[in-house]
Design a protein around this ligand. Structure first.
Ligand code: SF4
Ligand code: SF4
Length: 177
């Protein structure tokens, strides 16, 4: 804290030395993070997001593949059945609860690889914001669906065929078999 106030005072009074210029001859460059941030490489994954359908709901069908594949066991999902009469009932479920503990995550990307629906992605290019409690690193469904990808979108280019749509490849319930 003392260091912070001294830095701030020096900066305000324009007394702060520039470590980059000070060490220019030696070839050492110092970045004063977080005041200065360098662009991340394109291959940097970043935080998770849950992709959405056209109606804004998550594409996730609560199959638990991601939480099963996760080596850090930091994904918690509570699947729920759609109500009677809903075309999706019996084909898929939805995540009543979907939580990722970003502090336990090792950013391996296995969850993304395991997902059969392109419902979870790590293409935000963002790292977690600094918080003062562990609870704030536990991202729930509402946070995850609001996370944008690098290009600002919340969808994915992969098409999704909803149960009941003519394009849906699932079996018809009207068949006799
Ligand atoms: S990136 Fe790896 S550790 Fe993190 S939630 Fe996905 S599977 Fe788990
Ligand atoms: S995010 Fe994908 S893998 Fe995880 S539960 Fe949802 S559909 Fe399954």
């Amino acid at each position: 804290m003392k260091h912070f106030f001294r830095n701030t005072k020096e900066r305000m009074l324009d007394q702060k030395r520039d470590p980059v210029l000070d060490n220019l001859d030696g070839g050492i460059t110092t970045i004063e993070y977080p005041e200065e941030v360098r662009p991340y490489p394109e291959r940097f994954r970043g935080l998770h997001r849950l992709t959405i359908r056209d109606d804004g709901s998550p594409r996730c069908v609560a199959c638990l593949c991601c939480s099963t594949a996760c080596p850090a066991q930091c994904i918690h999902i509570e699947p729920e059945e759609y109500p009677d009469g809903d075309e999706r009932r019996g084909y898929e479920r939805y995540p009543a609860k979907f939580v990722i503990d970003e502090l336990r995550c090792v950013f391996c990307g296995f969850c993304v690889q395991a997902c059969p629906c392109d419902a979870i992605r790590m293409d935000t290019g963002m790292h977690p914001t600094a918080y003062d409690s562990r609870d704030q690193f536990i991202y729930d469904k509402d946070i995850l669906v609001e996370m944008p990808s690098r290009d600002g979108g919340r969808r994915t280019a992969n098409p999704r065929h909803e149960p009941g749509d003519p394009t849906h490849p699932g079996i018809s319930r009207d068949h006799d078999h």
